[in-house]
Every structure is written in C-alpha cells, then in structure tokens.
Design a protein around this ligand. Structure first.
Ligand code: BGC
Length: 420
C-alpha cells in the first residue's frame, strides 16, 4: 500500500528481531507517543504517568495534538523512518498489524503470560493485539463511538424531546434552532465527519450490511441503496450544524453542549471525559443515549499501545513495566473513570463507574451476542488506513459539496474501498 513506510532494511539493521522480554529489572525511561491532549484525556494519561513513576521509571511525554490521532501517526512514521522510534505509541486496529509487518515491534509474550492476558481479554480484542500469534500491543480500554450527548436543559427550554430516530431528530432540531440554540455541536474535521457518518450508516443499513461494507469492503455493499440513504440522512443532520464548525476541535464542540450553547453532539465516549473533567453528572447535567437509530448496536474503538524494540536493558525493562501496568486493575479503573471509556480487562468491578459506563459494558455484551457489535472504521478499527483515509475524503467531500448527490457519494465509497 502507498502509505506504507519502507523500513524493512532499516529495522533489520537497527533492531534485533523476535527477542521476547527479559524479566523486568532496572528502572529506565519510556517515551510515550499519544494524542491525549484535551482536558479529560490529559487527566487520564496523567494517571498512567503516575503509575509508571511509582515503579521508579521515568515518563517522557510525546503528545501530538489532533483528535483521532492523524497528526500523531504522521509524526510517528517520520520518527521511525529516521531510526528514533519512541518506546511506545498509541496505535490501533489494523494499524498494529501494519507496524508489526515492518518488523520493528517488541514481542510482549512474556509480559502477557505473566499478566494472564489471554484469559483476561475477550478474543475480539486479543486477536487484534497479536501478530502471528504473538502479543505486539497492549489494550487500554473500550470506547463506544455511537453515542449522543445531550444537554437536557436546552431540550427543555426549546420544548423538544431527546430523539431516538432521525425523524424525531429533525423535529427536535427545528425546535432547538427556533429557540435560539445550536442543535448539533460539531467540528468540521474529516474524522469527526466520518464519526457521525458511520453511526448514521449503521442505523440506516444495519449491522450485517455495515460489516459487509466497512469490514469486508464489499463493492456491492459499498455502492448500494443503503449507502445512498445514509448520505441522504447525513445531509439532513448537516442542516443543524452551525456555520462556525469548520475545523473546530471535538472537545470545543463538547464544551458547547456542556455550556448550554448547543443541544447535542454525536461523539464517542471520550466526550464523557470532558463532562467528567467539568464536574458534570450523567442523568442530571447531561444525557448519554445511542445515536438516533443505533439502539442495540455498538461501534467499538479500542485504544492500545504498540511497543518498539529496545536495545538498552533498562529501557526494555521500563517498557515491560509500562505494558504490565496498562493491564493492571488499578490502571484500568482510574484511567477509564477519567477517559469516559470502560475497562478492557474482563471481570473488573464497575461500582465506581457511572450509568453511561455501566450501559456501555452491558450493551457491549448484548450487542456481541446479537451480532450487532461492530468495529468503528472512523477510529481505525475496521479497515487498512489507506482505505479509511479515502473514505474520509469522500464523506468530508460530500459535506463540503452541497451539489454532490448521495448516489455519486456511494459510487465514490466503492472506489475508496477498493484494494489500495
Ligand atoms: C481515540 C480516543 C481519543 C479520541 C479523540 C479516538 O480515536 O480512540 O482515545 O480520545 O480519538 O482524540
């Protein structure tokens, strides 16, 4: 694929291949690349730093701002190509496999065996963390993406009801606008556009069609009546986004709902991290509900870290400490309480978590049983990054081109989904 870095020679020269971790020994430094820079995100990553430092290791922060991590991934590539990979980097989904194929990742099998990861992770998660049967990544959490965040006060003032279908949405959004509020808080950035679109599409075409289109990249499913209808619905949603949305960061859009300027936002539950950081309580100050039409479905997004091979023994041991700490109950609880996500480790006690998190955990299990648990393609979980990038271009192109028809957009989605 085009984007792929040509690093095989470099990695073969620079790094010893396939050596599993030695037993952790001396303390060392870890440089960690991530894109967690909003209020809630920074608090969450701060907890990881604290835990690592409590083990005597040093944390070197390598934060690259930019929602959904696109800029972070560009920076990561240039660091690795120049022979200076960080110790760990936030990388997800099929991206993990792509990096593993380059031969630059550390083998985490010893840490995983000591921590019993195989029995503590659902297979849908552990399979993604492994390359050719070996752990090369450690999972952090489970985010649900297809959420709607609503300000009940704004709905009340507008005399509107929180919607469960797109028909109800249009009725409510009209009332909200008439009452002088912004109906939908959104930031016009490609990943945010596709975050809304994937939920619209899931609700419109259903989980089986979604999997065919966005996981299997089936040409017929991509260029289909369901895809056209999804774009037609996106046009309706778009009517209720304010004029200043261009390039607005997602957390500023969340702040509009928190401050009562806007009624709702369609965003993954990292948005809850912002409500939490602002001291807001679910069910009282804000409401979490599935995106209209998404009841019973669940788009999952799992944050994870890949680890790069290290030569220095103290760096290796610090890296092993980091990997082990991420799967420990202490981290899984405190991080996810701040981040808005739920623990990825099975069997965790959720007593300290709020109702949105409890709902998320219950619905993850229910959707998995009913076949309605699907990976979020807007958040790197479903398809190779090159196809994802091409689909982002189509969705954002559609939103920025009022004359583009849903039919034309569906045709372009098929081209975007073709093998790159
Ligand atoms: C990540 C989240 C992050 C969000 C906004 C998502 O892709 O999974 O951890 O908070 O992007 O940057």
């Amino acid at each position: 694929m085009k984007q792929r870095m040509k690093m095989r020679t470099l990695s073969a020269l620079a790094l010893a291949v396939g050596i599993a971790f030695a037993v952790p020994a001396a303390a060392g430094e870890v440089e960690v690349l991530h894109w967690w820079t909003s209020g809630g995100e920074a608090k969450s990553v701060g907890e990881l730093k604290k835990i690592l430092e409590s083990k005597g290791d040093k944390w070197k922060d390598f934060a690259v701002a930019g929602g959904a991590g696109e800029t972070a991934m560009t920076v990561l590539k240039s660091r690795v190509v120049s022979g200076q990979p960080p110790t760990a980097a936030q990388v997800k989904g099929p991206g993990i496999q792509e990096w593993a194929r380059e031969g630059v990742l550390a083998n985490l099998d010893d840490v995983a065996a000591a921590g019993k990861w195989d029995s503590l992770l659902p297979p849908v998660v552990s399979n993604v963390m492994k390359y050719q049967g070996h752990y090369v990544a450690v999972p952090v959490n489970v985010h649900r993406v297809n959420w709607m965040w609503a300000n009940p006060e704004v709905f009340k003032k507008a005399g509107a009801t929180i919607p469960t279908t797109w028909e109800e949405f249009a009725v409510a959004a009209d009332k909200i606008q008439k009452a002088g509020f912004i109906a939908v808080a959104h930031g016009g950035q490609p990943w945010q556009d596709s975050t809304i679109f994937e939920a619209v599409a899931l609700g419109t075409g259903g989980a089986d069609w979604y999997k065919k289109a966005f996981v299997e990249l089936d040409q017929k499913a991509l260029n289909s009546p369901q895809m056209e209808k999804s774009f037609a619905t996106l046009r309706i949603v778009q009517k209720y986004i304010d004029k200043d949305a261009a390039n607005r960061d997602w957390n500023l859009a969340t702040a509009m709902v928190i401050n009562g300027k806007a009624a709702m936002q369609f965003m993954g539950d990292w948005a809850k991290g912002e409500f939490t950081a602002a001291g807001k309580k679910p069910g009282k100050d804000y409401i979490c509900m599935p995106v209209p039409g998404n009841k019973g479905t669940y788009t999952f997004n799992i944050d994870s870290f890949i680890m790069f091979q290290q030569k220095d023994p103290s760096a290796k041991s610090a890296q092993a400490h980091l990997a082990a700490a991420i799967m420990e109950p202490q981290f899984q609880e405190v991080f996810n309480l701040n981040k808005g996500s739920i623990p990825v480790r099975l069997g965790m006690n959720l007593d300290k978590f709020d109702q949105c998190a409890k709902d998320s955990a219950a619905e993850f299990v229910a959707a998995s049983k009913s076949g309605k648990l699907v990976p979020s393609w807007a958040h790197e979980m479903a398809m190779p990054p090159a196809n994802k990038g091409a689909m982002f271009d189509v969705v954002t192109g559609f939103m920025n081109t009022p004359s583009m028809t849903p039919k034309a957009a569906a045709e372009k989605m098929a081209t975007a989904g073709a093998k790159k």
